[in-house]
Each structure stands twice: as C-alpha cells, then as structure tokens.
Design a binder for this molecule. Structure first.
Ligand code: NBG
Length: 873
C-alpha cells in the first residue's frame, strides 16, 4: 500500500488501490533519497475533503501490462493527439507513444518527489550546464522502466511496428559534443544511484546544427528539433521566473544606516520552466532535468506598446525570446558573443531562483544553504552563478558581505574541461558593465579582497598577483571566468588524471600552489545504459548470458569476462556480435546516406568534433599513404588488410581550417572510393551529421578506435571509453583518458604512438619546424605532395593550397612530427588484425577491463571527493 496521495494535505485514511494498478509507482520505488522533483512547491491542494476514492488514492501509473499500455496509448492518441488510430500518421503514433511512456515516468517522478519531501532534508546537487546532448529518449525510457517488451507488444496489438515509431524521434541536440554528452551521462547515473539532484540548463529552440555536405563542403541547416512537438517536456508556463539585465547600480543608505549598492535593471525577460524526466535504471527513481526558455515580460511589451509602436513591441518580444533561441555551435572555442553571456546569466539566474523559492521550503534560512546544495559548474559557462548568489544574499537577503562570501564559496564546485588557453572564457569588462552592472561590481570586490590576500601571501610578487587576478588588463580589460570559478569554489576538478595534473602544473598552476587541497581529479565516464545496453543489444545479450544480470548498473563486473578471453567458443560468439553490428551499421548508412560499405573490412573509426588538436589531418595523411602504397604498386594489394575508415565530425561554422579539413576528407573519400586500383582494399566514408543516434549504431561496429590528439590537448575524451567498452581496440596518443584506458587494458592491448606531453613541450620549446619532417620522411613527402598536386580535387591545386601551406609552415598541433610513429603503429594494427583469434582476445580484454569508465563510478567519485551527499545506493 502506498501513501502517495493525490490529496497530500488532507488527513485521510489511504485507499487501497486496485490490485493490478498498485505496482507501478511502488514496486521498485521503495528506496529513494529525499528532496528533488517538485518537492516543496507551495500548493494548497484541495480546499475541501475529497470524497472520490480516486482523488483520495495514490498517484497511479497505467498498469505494466500490454492491455494497460494499449489503453493508455489509445487514450493519448485519441484525446491527446486528437486522432483515431485508423487515420493516424506515424508522427501521431510516435507522439502518443512518447506521452504514454511519459505517463509511466511521471508516476514515478511524483513518487520520487513525494518520498524526498517526506524524508529528512538532505544536501542536494544542482548540476548547472549550458549543454545536455541527450540523444533519443524513447528507448532509454522504455528500458529504464522495463517497459520495452510491453510497449513492443502493445504497439503490435495496435498494428504498429514500434521500430517505425522509434525512427520518428528527433534527438534533442542541446550540446556540441563531449561536454554536453557527459552532462547527459551524469544525470543518467545520478538517477540510477538515487542521488538527490536536479539538473538545470537551457531549452534551446534550435540545437546543434544539422550538417549537410554540398560539393564536399559543410553546410549548416537549422535543427528544428521541436517542429513536431516536444512530448518529453512538461512545460509550466504559469511559473514565471523574472530575470533582469542592463541598467545601472546606485548607492543608498539602508534602514540600518549602512551604505549599500542596488541594481536598477534596464530590462528583463521571463524564464519558463520545462521539466524533463530522467529515469534511473530499474530503481523506480525519476529525477528532474529543468530547462529554461526565455519569453518577453508583459511589462516590457506594454511599455513600447503604449508608445504606440506595435511593430516595435513585437520586435522586442522576439528580442527577448532570442536568448533561448539557439545553441552556440562552438566546441572549445568560445567567441565571446553578447547573446552567449545573456544565455549564461539567464539560465543561471532562473536556476538559483528556482532552487531557493521552489525546491527549498518556505521560510528557509539562506545561511543553511551549504548544508542543502552544492552547485556543480560544468565548465565556465555557468560561473556567473557565483556573483549572482552573492547578489541575492547581500542585496536581497541583507547578509553582510563576509558572511555571504563564506556561504557562497561553499556552494560551488568547478569542473574544467579544457587545456586550450583559447577555450577559457573571458568577458570584456565593458560588456559585463553594460549587461550585468551589479555583478561586475561584485566581481570587482571579490577580486579586490582576493588580491589583498595574495599580496599578503606573496609580498612583493606583483607579477604573480597580476597573473592570478580575476580581471585581466590585456589585451582588453576582461573577466577571467576560470579564475572567478577557482576563487569561488570548494573544489576544482579536471576530467582525467593527466588533465587534472596539467591543470595543476600549467593552466591553474598559481592557484594550485596557493590552494593545493582545492584541486582534485574525477575521470569522466559514460553511461552503460545507453552506450552498451541500448546501443549494443547483441553484446549485452552475450555478456548477460556469460556472467548473468546486474552488470549494467555495476560495471566493474565486466571483469568477470576476463577469463573468457581465452575461450575459443566465447571468442567466436564475440566475433559474431561484431559481425552483426557491422551488418547493422551497413544497413543504417545505406538507408540514411546511401553509402554502401564494403563487407569484410576492418572498421576504423574516427568520430568527434573537427578540431586541429584532434588531428583528423593526421588520419587523412595515413589514408593517403595507404592509398599511395596501393596505387604505386609498392605493396601487393593481396597482402593489405581491407580497411574501411569512417569519419564523423562537425566543424564550428566559423572555424575555417576545420571546414577545409572536412572538404579534404570528402575529396579524398570520393577519389579513393572511385579508384578501381584500391577496390576491396580501402574505402572511406564520411556520413554527414554525426550525432548521438548515429554513434549508437556506429561505435558497436568498430574494430579500431582513433584517439590521436596531440598529447596534452584532449582533456579526457569520452568516445574513447565508448569504443573500448564495445570491444574496439584503441590506436592513440598518451593523452586524456587514453592514458587510463591503456593502464587498465594493458600495453599489449592498446596501440600507443607519438610524443608524450613532456616531449611535445620540449619540441615546442626547441622550435618546431614541420618542413624538416616533410623533407626527411619520404612517405610523408609523398602523401603531402599527392594532396598538393590536386590529385584528390580534380586537379585543382588552389583548393588545397591553404591547407597544405598551413601544414608545412605552421602545423600548430604537430601532426607531421607524429606521422612516422603513427604509421608504424598502424602497421602493428594490421599485423595484429591478421590474427583474428588474438585480436578477439585483445578486444574482449578491452571490454572486461574498462568497467571503470562507467559514469556511475564518476558520480561516486564526485560524491566522495566533492559533493559529500548521501545516496540510497
Ligand atoms: C571537452 C573536452 C573533452 C572532454 C569533454 C568532457 C569542452 C570544453 N571540453 O576532452 O575537449 O572529454 O569536454 O569532459 O568541450
């Protein structure tokens, strides 16, 4: 029996639910940690005693039966979508299916919130991230709630193939790449651990652009992911959160005689909340992802409207709504755009206000905040939250500065996701003063006190003080958000062991000397629910058949597979899984892009954002060398391992070199694939618009995972983990999480090449001259000359001259210096692949030894090292 009453305030005797209806909300939801969901909303409930047994009963989800599901589905189709089954379109059916599944989630979500409300107040995590790259929701929700079979059968009973409906879902691409996908993995794990948490972000109307290729060049199309509805989002337009911008500050004397500052804003917008449900895996918990959408304030409209300018009023409306219009498509290279700062402040202000007024009980004492919340700052994007909380405590709650700062510093922790200096956000002071004048004042004061402390700690070391200052003077007076984050946080973490070390030694070295204990590492992880169970059902089946159930939420158990790496029968089955996944991706690419993958090839995959530091250009040089060896007759085609290389990569629209690289890869693919001399030996595919949906099909099919960034540049990488967990071997540099992957799987099961970070630093200090490598390496020279000759661009040398010129004279990420070593490692790959038994053994060991990379483990590390919250796990 449950006490999850629809009428929670009335002192009623609970009503026994009908037997078949009782299970859904109660079965596995028994052990839930407190707080979250819509806990502590201050509604009144019914004003008189409900008399209907249903109104007095618990919240009940539709029954977990085929019949119950059919009933709920038809209800959604008929009365939600407003169509009869007979004339419904696939879009109608998909929307009704999604809403049906959502209603099962909703019952658990309400129950999770109720249990948290009913238990002792506990500290929560507020995950603040400007990006969540969620991927499709339907499958994940079905598997979390164990509804997959019921739903499949129910659709069948309605004459519908659920596969057709799956294909209807447009993935919410509210992120650029690794950082956004990491956030999505983390919230999945938080729910699975039953951790009291809430995630906040922005509901962009347009997510990451849809990439198309026109004559081999990237063309961006808007991603209208909402165009046929948003069945997973639950909007609450009635709960408006006002957010201010602009204006000025003024001094005044308060009632207590103290002089204070206050913000007189110039304009404002409204934040509208949309809740998305984040189901835990088989534990009945459903957490909240709360995304904000911007809308114009009525007052704002009215002001202009009254001036008689209707058109201007409408324009102003559009202006306000622009804030949540589009995701900036820059990965690691922020452009410092004003609208971007507006987005950052917008979502952070909404989230903190929401937490204080809706999640905390009425009358809550803000001095207790550090016992109730820790906000995790996902990179610098939400760092404006630090001065925002100060403003709220000092200006709105009348706290003394020192007391407010003492509280604020305990409420934040900062994750840095980069090592590229150009990726650390800085905002011009002039822009800050115009957009957020009060926050700028607060930042000045934080900095002033910080610099005073520094001068005390390092007397006479003015150079150091200037290096560490939150405000930079050159080249433009600006706010260094990473410094602000470090000064205002309890902990600062990097995302892989090497990255965290380099953060301490290089990027934030002065800070780690001052506060060594503030720095820690949490190595990234990925969710096994999406990236094994959902994406690789064949491997999932084999693992479960071999070691039993339970490993999906306890990934260390994959270690039990180690013993089977020597079992020929298991290897055979493992190879069959790979083969089936290759067939699947062949079908997908044929249907999706008209690409015909040749069969029986080694599948060599490089998927990630296009960036020079990731060195897609090095992979390209390798392909050109393989091609050249074949067409020049230097090698016997029969002796070459047939290889298909698949790329997936979006370039930031304004990133010229990255777009040139895309053009060149496409040009090479076109030439290679059309050349009869290499047929059956080498094939290059570059499906456009790589996204989570494609990743789920591609990664399980891969034999070789390309992780070839310049050592010291890739903070972690998370694709590298997904490949290893799905039984691909890595060819990689000593960079990011590759280091930990290699340590875990063993040197003999990883193809390491290239300079390590100290060697890179040394070469750069010596003075790197790419031309020297070109002159002294005959293979490299031939590859570059072949590209420069226009061989891949229909004889057009001009089309490649900029690219080649940059490679020979600049090559910022030292691709030429690692070329020889890369080639040698690829030869080792070929030799290893020739022995399929041995290769299978290595691949199995990769799966068995990488359970560490579950995002469940990452979340536990955050909990132990940073958050110190309690879970029910
Ligand atoms: C990216 C890094 C990756 C890392 C992800 C997730 C940014 C700013 N950083 O190496 O480049 O895996 O973050 O931590 O997008």
């Amino acid at each position: 029996m449950t006490d999850a009453l629809n009428a929670p305030l009335a002192p009623l005797a609970p009503v026994e639910p009908a037997a078949d209806e009782a299970s859904a909300t109660t079965d596995e939801a028994a052990t839930v940690a407190p707080a979250g969901g819509d806990a502590y909303r201050h509604e009144t409930g019914p004003t008189s005693e409900p008399t209907s047994p249903l109104a007095r009963g618990p919240v009940i989800s539709p029954p977990h039966t085929v019949e119950g599901f059919v009933k709920a589905f038809l209800h959604e189709l008929n009365f939600g979508q407003g169509v009869p089954l007979a004339t419904s379109s696939q879009t109608d059916q998909y929307l009704a299916l999604a809403r049906t599944v959502r209603s099962y989630l909703m019952a658990r979500w309400l129950e999770t919130a109720r249990k948290r409300r009913a238990s002792q107040p506990q500290k929560m995590v507020g995950y603040l991230s400007a990006e969540y790259l969620l991927g499709r929701q339907l499958d994940n929700a079905l598997s979390a709630t164990e509804l997959r079979e019921v739903a499949t059968d129910a659709m069948k009973a309605c004459g519908i193939d659920i596969e057709d409906l799956r294909a209807q879902e447009v993935e919410p691409g509210l992120g650029n790449g690794g950082l956004g996908r990491l956030a999505a993995c983390f919230i999945d794990s938080l729910a699975t651990l039953g951790a009291p948490s809430i995630a906040y972000g922005i509901r962009y109307e347009f997510g990451i652009f849809r990439q198309t290729f026109v004559d081999g060049r990237q063309v961006e199309q808007p991603d209208a992911w909402l165009s046929s509805g948003d069945p997973w989002g639950v909007p609450h337009p009635e709960l408006e959160v006002p957010v201010n911008f602009g204006g000025h500050t003024e001094r005044y004397v308060g009632e207590d005689g103290r002089e204070r500052s206050r913000w007189v804003p110039g304009w404002g917008v409204i934040g509208l909340r949309y809740n998305y449900m984040v189901p835990g895996y088989h534990n009945g918990v459903v957490n909240t992802l709360r995304l904000w959408r911007a809308r114009a304030t009525n007052a704002f409209d009215l002001h202009i409207f009254n001036a008689g300018d209707y058109a201007e009023a409408v324009r102003a409306q559009t202006f306000a709504e622009n804030i949540s219009k589009v995701l900036y498509p820059e990965d690691s290279t922020p452009q410092g755009k004003e609208l971007r700062l507006q987005q950052q402040y917008f979502f952070v202000a909404c989230s903190i206000k929401d937490f204080l007024t809706h999640t905390m009980p009425k009358g809550f004492d803000v001095r207790e905040l550090p016992e109730r919340i820790i906000f995790q700052l996902n990179d610098t994007h939400p760092v404006i939250a630090i001065p925002e909380l100060m403003r709220i405590l000092v200006d709105e709650h009348d706290l003394e500065w020192d007391q407010a700062w003492g509280i604020t510093k305990q409420c934040f922790a900062y994750t840095c996701h980069t090592l590229l200096p150009e990726a650390l956000e800085v905002w011009p002071v002039s822009l800050m003063e115009r957009l957020l004048p009060r926050h700028m004042e607060i930042i000045y004061r934080i900095n002033e006190e910080f610099l005073d402390d520094l001068r005390e700690a390092y007397p006479g070391d003015e150079l150091r003080v200037r290096r560490m200052s939150i405000i930079a003077d050159h080249p433009e007076r600006s706010v260094r958000m990473a410094h602000l984050a470090t000064v205002g946080s309890v902990k600062v973490n990097g995302v892989a062991a090497l990255h965290s070390q380099l953060l301490k030694d290089k990027v934030l070295n002065d800070f780690s000397e001052l506060w060594p204990d503030r720095f820690t590492n949490v190595t990234n992880g990925v969710t096994p629910r999406r990236f094994i169970r959902q994406s690789n059902p064949a491997l999932t089946g084999l693992i479960t058949e071999t070691i039993g159930k339970g490993w999906v939420s306890d990934l260390d158990r994959l270690a039990e597979l180690q013993a089977y790496s020597d079992d020929p029968e298991f290897r055979e089955k493992f190879r069959a899984v790979k083969a089936a996944n290759k067939e699947r991706i062949t079908d997908v690419l044929a249907k999706r892009d008209g690409i015909q993958l040749p069969q029986g090839h080694m599948l060599d995959v490089m998927v990630k954002r296009l960036h020079e530091y990731k060195r897609q250009s090095l992979k390209m040089l390798h392909i050109v060398t393989l091609y050249d060896r074949l067409i020049s007759g230097e090698v016997d085609p029969a002796s070459v391992t047939p290889r298909t290389v698949v790329f997936g990569a979006k370039a930031a629209p304004g990133y010229h070199m990255a777009k040139e690289t895309i053009f060149l890869i496409n040009s090479i693919a076109k030439t290679v694939n059309a050349d009869p001399r290499v047929q059956g030996r080498l094939f290059v595919a570059f499906p456009p618009n790589y996204n989570v949906t494609l990743a789920e099909k591609l990664i399980p099919a891969a034999d070789l995972s390309e992780q070839i960034s310049l050592a010291g540049k890739e903070a972690s990488g998370t694709g590298n983990m997904k490949f290893a967990l799905n039984g691909a071997l890595t060819i990689g540099t000593d960079d990011g999480a590759n280091v930990e992957i290699r340590e875990l799987v063993g040197d003999e099961n990883f193809f390491l090449f290239g300079m390590d970070e100290p060697a890179v630093a040394e070469l750069q200090a010596r003075g790197y001259r790419p031309g020297d490598y070109y002159e002294s390496d005959a293979n490299l020279k031939r590859a570059i000359d072949l590209i420069a000759s226009g061989h891949f661009t229909d004889g057009n040398r001009d089309a490649v001259s900029a690219f080649v010129g940059d490679l020979l004279s600049n090559d910022r990420f030292l691709a030429l210096a690692d070329y020889a070593s890369y080639l040698e490692a690829q030869d080792r790959v070929e030799a290893a692949y020739a022995d399929q038994e041995e290769w299978s053994r290595k691949a199995i060991l990769n799966v068995a030894r990488t359970g560490f990379f579950s995002s469940d483990r990452s979340m536990r590390d955050y909990i132990d090292r940073i958050w110190h919250i309690k879970t029910n796990a």
